[in-house]
Design a protein around this ligand. Structure first.
Ligand SMILES: CC[C@@](C)(O)[C@@H](O)C(=O)O
Length: 585
């Protein structure tokens, strides 16, 4: 190995572990001798950490073990030392009660792992929804150069023919089942076939949205994010990523805050709107911006969304799966189409600007990546609404909702928790009709750690009559794969006394998307009376992580990070001889 030396112009971060002729240096080098590394290797080569969220229990991330091997190959080829470290794997589909609180836990684990170990750069491997933002948030705060690679979309097999996506397909078929249009047998066949490969949801759910957003932010290799998990072309990207990481490790640049500036966030939001991406990404981008000191607000999402049409014809807002988006040209082609709306001088980890990346991109299929003047849907694919029901804002993915509900007035039917919905949604006694506004509360960050409950089910009797959308309002999140007129992330949430807590059955609610307004039509005096009578729910979490969570979690309009995690401190290693290990010659 040692003849394959790479030039680096600066003192490496890892030198503080390995280049000292003292007892700590001896201990660090001799420890890694057990992993096959010589004194010369450790003294001369840049070290790249591979933070891997692979796990058997998380099939979205199942291929990350193989991809990590490919990244290692690239790192070795370029003369670096690859050191892989497993981190918590968060599987949205399996983890209970919801994956969301663990995003911040993994972010802390990633940040502290990067800081505590001798990494000169890190490769972040994520897949299922929360692993992606968590790794980015941790790496952004740790400040060491990083590159991201997602596991890639799965390749779902449809038992019913057509492009049936992993989760959007589930929601559609559940609707059909409830409406009596699909047999139990056909539904069971779907269960057996839908998750046949590794990889995350193959529509523009949260995982695919986060993956393409990483490319737009400049943190992933251009063109890499939509290659399916089982496609061997992902291998090539993994090796290239490994090679590039060594260069970044040697140069100590670019650091996350050199990539993640206001231009990068604007570009990412532009792409999010153009692909009809997940509302969850809004929360993740707000949290990430908080880590690097970019003053991003919900209003910025609305401002950008107004001018960006839906150009990606991909589910849940369009027709196809993400594989078609890749063969149509992928993210570089999407960005090329969006060129007049982007900051072209934003930097990327591959060393080029976004403008340079898209110079060679090409749209191959204009049905899948539409031109700006022939979009799938015009601008305003997601909106931020405010009013006395959501003083700090709420969001709605309008491109996946029935426009008939964009200007709606109807009586509230309030559910205190999700179990009551499950028990009572079909109960005719509730008198729900298609004009009713279904409300779920106590599902916000403090109330229930914000599960993906926002697409409330519709009553069976209405579904049987062909009703497929109704206005639903909650302080919960919604799966990126879901659809419907769901007003989400209402802030402040009910559990801390937000106005959602004061709504009563029969109150009139008014949504006006054009005006971006969400109003509870109740007199201020009456609301004040209800506020005086309101009692906060007792916290169920008296110890451990969930207790820490409910005490420090911020509201949705600020990204649900912990208040003490905002910002970054790039290096906290003590100066001097005894870095972390006491001893000397
Ligand atoms: C069920 C679908 C998931 C797991 O992808 C979801 O978290 C999403 O937001 O897309």
């Amino acid at each position: 190995m040692s003849e394959n030396k790479i030039e680096h112009s600066r003192s490496l971060r890892s030198a503080r572990w390995f280049r000292k002729d003292d007892l700590p240096g001896f201990v660090h080098r001799s420890t890694l001798a057990a992993a096959g590394w010589s004194r010369e290797d450790l003294m001369e080569r840049p070290v790249v950490g591979i933070l891997n969220t692979w796990s058997d229990i998380n099939p979205c991330n199942l291929n990350l073990r193989d991809l990590a091997e490919e990244v290692k190959t690239g790192i070795l080829e370029a003369g670096g030392i690859p050191l892989e470290a497993p981190l918590m794997s968060i599987s949205e589909n399996i983890i209970k009660p919801t994956s969301f609180p663990f995003r911040n836990l993994l972010a802390m684990e990633a940040e502290e792992s990067i800081r505590a170990y001798p990494f000169d750069a890190v490769v972040l491997l994520g897949g299922c929804d929360k692993t992606q933002p968590a790794l980015l948030m941790g790496a952004a705060s740790a400040g060491v150069p990083c590159l991201f690679m997602a596991s890639g979309p799965a390749t779902p097999r449809s038992s019913t023919g057509g492009d049936l996506a992993n989760a959007t397909g589930v929601w559609r078929l559940v609707d059909e089942l409830r409406a009596g249009e699909l047999s139990e047998g056909d539904f069971a066949a779907f269960e057996r076939s839908v998750m046949g490969t590794a990889g995350h949801c193959a529509e523009m759910g949260t995982a695919s949205s986060m993956a393409v957003i990483c490319e737009a932010l400049g943190l992933s290799l251009p063109g890499s994010s939509l290659v399916p998990a089982v496609d061997r072309r992902r291998t090539r990207f993994a090796r290239e990523l490994g090679r590039r990481s060594v260069r970044m490790a040697a140069e100590g640049s670019p650091r996350p805050n050199e990539i993640l500036d206001e231009r990068a966030f604007d570009n990412a939001i532009t792409l999010l709107c153009a692909v009809g991406g997940s509302t969850n990404v809004i929360i993740h981008l707000l949290a990430l911006a908080g880590r690097v000191g970019v003053p991003l607000t919900l209003e910025r999402f609305d401002e950008i969304a107004r001018r960006v049409p839906l150009i990606a014809n991909v589910q849940p807002a369009g027709e196809h799966l993400t594989e078609r988006l890749m063969t149509a040209g992928g993210v570089p082609a999407l960005l090329k189409t969006l060129k007049p709306l982007l900051h072209l001088d934003a930097r990327t980890v591959d060393g080029r600007t976004i403008g340079e990346v898209i110079a060679t991109a090409e749209v191959i299929d204009e049905d899948v990546i539409r031109p700006l003047d022939k979009p799938v849907k015009p601008g305003g694919t997601l909106v931020v609404v405010k009013g006395n029901l959501a003083p700090d804002g709420a969001v709605m993915k309008t491109c996946a909702a029935d426009p008939k509900l964009f200007s709606h007035r109807g009586p509230a039917v309030v559910f205190e928790d999700v179990q009551t919905i499950a028990d009572r949604i079909d109960d005719p006694e509730l008198g729900i009709d298609e004009n009713s506004v279904l409300i779920l509360r106590n599902a916000g960050p403090v109330g229930a750690a914000m599960p993906e409950w926002g697409m409330l089910p519709l009553p069976r009797h209405l579904m049987e009559r062909g009703v497929r959308d109704m206005l639903r309002i909650s302080d919960a999140r919604m799966s990126g794969t879901a659809y419907g007129a769901a007003v989400l992330h209402v802030s402040p949430e009910a559990a801390i006394g937000g106005p959602l807590a004061l709504v009563q059955d029969g109150d009139i609610i008014e949504l006006d998307v054009a005006e971006r307004r969400l109003q509870l039509c109740v007199e201020p005096e009456e609301l004040e009376r209800r506020r005086q009578a309101w009692q906060p729910p007792l916290s169920r979490h008296v110890r451990g992580y969930r207790n820490l969570y409910s005490q420090h979690i911020e509201q949705a309009h600020r990204g649900c990070d912990f208040d003490f995690l905002r910002g970054a401190n790039e290096e906290t290693l003590p100066e001097g001889l005894f870095d972390g290990w006491v001893g000397g010659w």
